[in-house]
Design a protein around this ligand. Sequence first.
Ligand code: CTP
Length: 408
Amino acid sequence: MGEDIFSGKTIALGISGGIAAYKAVDLASKLAQRGAIVKTIMTEHATKFVSPLTFQSVTGQPVLTDLFAADSQGKISHVALSEEADLVVVAPATANIIAKAAHGLADDALSTTLVAARSAIVMVPAMNNYMWSNKATQYNLEILTSRDIKVMQPEVGRLACGEGNAVGRFPDTASIVSFLEDILRKSHDLAGKTIMITAGGTREPIDPVRFIGNRSSGKMGYAIAEAARARGAKVILVSGPTCLNPPLGAHTIYVETAQQMYDAVMENLYQVDAVVMTAAVADFRPSSSGIEKIKKERMPKSIELELNPDILQAVSKKKGNKLVVGFAAESENIIENATKKIKKKDIDLIVANDIASPGVGFGSDLNLAVLINKKGPVGDLITYKKTELAEKILDWVAAHIAVSSISS
Ligand code: CTP
């Protein structure tokens, strides 16, 4: 049996002021028993429900309640904790701490830890059902999930305020522990692996100011780059021009043309374990592009084109035991066409996406897609948020990279 996933992991456990704070004692205790170093941070209101000493006793670690407390090395404690935590968990999370986290307020030890956190953050809300369904709370939760903060759904049951069969109950310890286990596993299942991702569209110059381009926004590739970083991978992102901020922690190489993208990918191929090619590479380019701007009077009647290199195909020829994932932009017979592409390009997985349906694909936050491996579709053709599709692709990559490194 492998080592417990919690063993040696530092968990910053935030307790905010709700009656479920007493149940979090059991959570702290179970995490500590599994080998986690549980460092509790309590809001002032939380200390009205449970004494800091209780958490200190079950975790064997000091409890932080004061924003300006310094640790033994004289470092401000909440900053040190944000740095060393493998996971930040707020359980119970009240409507108040959810609102503060959504808007970046930092006025006590817990809210400041959340703003300074480097690791994944999990919120386990527990509150009165009217507070839970209040529009402000729901809106704040949407903000948190859009920033990839994981929110565990509260349970339905009898609430401490006397409401029966209402939503807002703190989940049982075992459910929270298994939720955290899943997040922790995903937070490092690509550790030690290097993944190269191509993103965005290419620009093929006609002259120094004009180009042939396409509608790719780069959102899909950037979402995969961010998710792969969060799962512990070293990320090389080869990006065409986009309006997006470079993902934190990724090595981003900017290119414009398909030829430049080809060169950057081939130059870095030797050091990667997997390649995910989301870029919308122009299949062809103008055969010549002068250094002078073409004047109106000299408008050419036609533009002669020549083929660009197929980067995916070139990678697949040199793949060895690297995993190669491609995308297929299709407007009809999606599964059939993508299945042909996976065979023709001899790759491990193809993500077939429908670019013809309204509201999905280029520029959108959504993708209507299906994953297909050499044996056929893995799942159904459904609409994903690009961030969800990124995780789904990386689930597949993580599972298959693991297999290939065992067998090699
Ligand atoms: N691709 C590439 N280099 C190219 C063209 C495509 O690396 N010159 C990659 C894309 O990044 C994508 C996959 O190949 O991962 C499939 O791209 P797509 O445009 O759907 O397919 P094509 O092979 O270009 O076929 P067609 O346009 O005829 O459908």
